[in-house]
Design a binder for this molecule. Sequence first.
Ligand code: BGC
Length: 812
Amino acid sequence: MEQKRYGHFDDLHREYVITDPQTPWPWINYLGNEDFFSLISNTAGGYSFYKDAKFRRITRYRYNNVPMDNGGRYFYLKDGDTVWNPGWKPCKTPLDFYECRHGMSYTRITGRKNGVEASVLFFVPLKKWAEVQKLTLTNQSDEVKQLKLFSFEEWCLWNAATDMENFQRNFSTGEVEIEDSTIYHKTEYRERRNHYAFYHVNTPIQGFDTDRETFIGLYNEFADPQVVMEGKPRNSHAHGWSPIASHYIEITLKPGETKDLVFLLGYVENEQDQKFAAPQVINKEKAHALIAELDTTEKVDKAFAELCDYWDKLLNIYQVKTANDKLDRMVNIWNQYQCMVTFNFSRSASFFESGIGRGMGFRDSNQDLVGFVHQIPSRARQRIIDIASTQFPDGGCYHQYQPLTKRGNNDIGGGFNDDPCWLIFGTIAYIKESGDFSILDEMVPFDNQPGSEVTLFEHLKISMDHVIKNLGPHMLPLIGRADWNDCLNLNCFSWDPNESFQTTENVSEGTKAESLMIAGLFVVTGKDYVALCQKLGKTAEAERMQQAVDAMIEAVKKHGWDGEWYLRAYDFYGRKIGSNECEEGKIFIESQGWCTMAEIGADDGMVAKSLDSCKKYLECEHGMVLNNPAFTKYIYEYGEISSYPEGYKENAGIFCHNNPWVIIGECIAGRGNDAWSHYAKILPSYVEEKYQTLHKVEPYVNCQMVAGKDAFRPGEGKNSWLTGTAAWMWYTVSEFILGIKPDYDGIRIDPCLPETASDYTVSRKFREADYDITIHPNGSQKGVKQIVLDGQAIDGTVIPYSKGHHVVEVTM
Ligand code: BGC
């Protein structure tokens, strides 16, 4: 059946163009690159925050509401009796034309109604704590238009969690100030807060409202605010209840005339002793200065050009040109873009993550930075230090930390035994990209305690040791609270629905629960760690760890092999999980991915058998499921994994995050055709072409999970944007499929391609060099025959690093 389409890619402008506002789910974008961030849907829904979506929420948003996607930055245009919004919502007045273009850190929404076009460009200028909303109004009719414009933002009382619950207090604290065309939000500023927000427009206004009940009317909705319907502001001044910001502007447009208005949503912090200009009156100096930087069309256009230039430079670090547009647009644009977004937000704020639930994950952030490190290595460096600072002296760590305070999060605690390995994974990726070994000498504390600092290298060492010191009866790693699969809770036996699976660890005493996923991860990162030690001349440490790696390989071969695939785990009692002997959940993807990447038992045929089993038992039309068969009942000894209905999430959903593990396993084994076919199944541009309605979520980025073959509606995507999938897809395609791998001394070239691949070129900036690398696959899936660097054939597969521009020809 021909599927309905809601949009298409525009590669030239690096945009996804949505042409129907009624997408199957809000299709969103992110604004902001460093401190001030916004989420924006294709109908202008969403919210803004400063650094931390929980503690510094600037505008209010209602998750999972009716209707969906409720709250945002809305412009109401009243033209005669017709009231409409450029983004269709909230009035939902049918438009003559609608388009939303999501680009690199900006969104442009255009609507047309009765001869008037309203186009809004939303973005956060570089280094500025503000969202610009540039509204361009054009009269395309041949009569004079008298328009009434109402802007709208609703303030959040800063802490997004208490904003939703503590109404006995909240309804009395709200405070605003109004000065000319600026509305200031200053709730709690009188006491400990040193920050306020403002909403400004660069033109005189004819009125305003700041009290929600007055503006909307207690029994009205966003779709029919009483003030807008009446066409008259009430100049309300909020005292408590729910403060908002709405400007009222009268605009006359002659036929053909265009006018720009610049709205600015800003955030300001003041020093304690600089807070007030007069008793209880905000010192607005910084706001005035910020406004002055962005109060004309010219200034805003310049800031926008700078943002576009910034993205140009970032994306130009790695550009590929193949014969396949669908591949190129993901590699060159959207995959890299999603990597930046996940690096910034970890799993905190999306339309599936409420911004109040999770901070930055220890394992998540280490993986995310592998997708981002080539873009801005210095930010990855800082992130590594921040993450390592939440580690404990025994190598364990907090599972999550809060971005604002950078402190470990006590609500979740620690005990996830894969966590330490990821620090090695992230740090080595950083050094290979940047060549900066000095990071290993940085003094980094434990649990952020001053005085506890040791070198980062020491942190890596204790991370390795944490695994070795926590081995179970088969000499395999103890799983702890869980490994990568947060939902395989083997030390939590729970019949109490009020207990959290992930924080309840009620049977760890004497546990025999071991993880084959951590075993594989340990071997992969252990080999890298050994190579690093050798590079640093730490021979004894290299030998010590090589022995541990060898022992782990033996343990897996002996106790982790099921005949056709690797086992997944041993449970609390030491019984097999992910074995042919099991009734359900006979095979799991994680251990196949990690043990094939680690090449454990490759010579004995284990790798090939494991990869074949993935194809046979896990693969389906939409990707590989996490486990098979799905669990049909709750298993007390397994925890959350069996709590999900069949085919969803960790119970046999297609977890896009771990498909790349198997794909890399395929690449290492040289099976390019298989690697490609797995990869294309979860590549958004391929899904976009086939399944816009079924897939439901944004077709330009990966989502965490696609419903698996056992689900009610296989192929339906959920939890888009903030997922380790972004970094893994990037790592897979850039390093293993296209085969451009940063290494300590240069770039290793080792592609693994489908036989059908034709010649392609990668332009890669690397440290202070740039390389134009052309690969001639000649129908081969793997194996580089010859590399010619600047006209000279070289030995081996590593292009030695040297500054400047280089031309490389690779024959396979
Ligand atoms: C979490 C990851 C976890 C994965 C599998 C994600 O939601 O962010 O940390 O590894 O789920 O459970």
